[in-house]
Write a protein that binds this ligand. Structure first.
Ligand SMILES: CC(C)(COP(=O)(O)OP(=O)(O)OC[C@H]1O[C@@H](n2cnc3c(N)ncnc32)[C@H](O)[C@@H]1OP(=O)(O)O)[C@@H](O)C(=O)NCCC(=O)NCCS
Length: 194
């Protein structure tokens, strides 16, 4: 896919030479606290084993690196929701919705809370709703990850279902909110921030 651009922010396809940056982010305890878990830091070898297959053209997951003025700052991936473990019907999603899922993190914690994460998600939603033809996009956020939920709500996601103990994170079964955005709410959110 082409690089997505919003001013100085770009989302571009991940490359093998991003793996070292990914390993730096995914071994930072501050990032791992919310994405992956501090008990599962990733080495360059781990990152290569996990993400190299996702660079293939036929990969079910598309991986993007976020850059601010050409400097890598974060990661976002998307996939058809039917490839996700959670049954689409649980969320009331039908194949007619052509539902997609996404996961995101900003790799530099000093940038958290600056609006970057919600801009990244908004830019990707524009692609999924506009180009890919998704009618709904879903994601999961740990129930105590208030910052992430707020960032998602700002771009049109709403909490649909609380799944108890959905994710084992740092050895604890954590409740997760499943959140959904649809084309309509995305458009309204865009109007709201104009
Ligand atoms: C989640 C993440 C991508 C969001 O990106 P971000 O740049 O921090 O998000 P934004 O600045 O756009 O929005 C965050 C919002 O949460 C608010 N917030 C921050 N801490 C909060 C808290 N403890 N409780 C409630 N809201 C909080 C911020 O004030 C901001 O809202 P506002 O713009 O209305 O003031 C980023 O914080 C991140 O990478 N976190 C670590 C990894 C992670 O949690 N990934 C998501 C897994 S589901």
């Amino acid at each position: 896919m082409d690089t997505l651009v919003d001013g100085e922010l770009a989302l571009r396809p991940m490359r093998a030479d991003d793996f070292a940056t990914m390993a730096r982010w995914l071994s930072d305890p501050r990032v791992l606290t919310w994405f992956g878990g501090r008990d599962r830091p990733m080495s360059l070898l781990d990152v290569t084993a996990k993400y190299q297959p996702r660079l293939a053209a036929d990969s079910a997951t598309t991986c993007l690196i976020a850059e601010l003025d050409g400097v890598p700052v974060g990661y976002v991936q998307f996939y058809r929701w039917r490839d996700h473990a959670t049954d689409a019907s649980v969320l009331g999603l039908s194949t007619l919705d052509n539902p997609y899922g996404l996961d995101v993190f900003v790799g530099r914690p000093e940038l958290w809370g600056t609006g970057l994460g919600s801009r990244m998600v908004r830019l990707l939603l524009g692609h999924l709703f506009g180009t890919v033809g998704a009618r709904r996009v879903a994601l999961a956020a740990m129930a105590h990850n208030y910052r992430a939920q707020r960032a998602y709500a700002k771009v049109g996601f709403r909490r649909v279902r609380l799944v108890p103990g959905a994710e084992v994170h740092e050895g604890v079964a954590r409740d997760e909110w499943l959140m959904v955005a649809d084309r309509g709410s995305y458009s309204r959110a865009e109007v709201g921030t104009a």
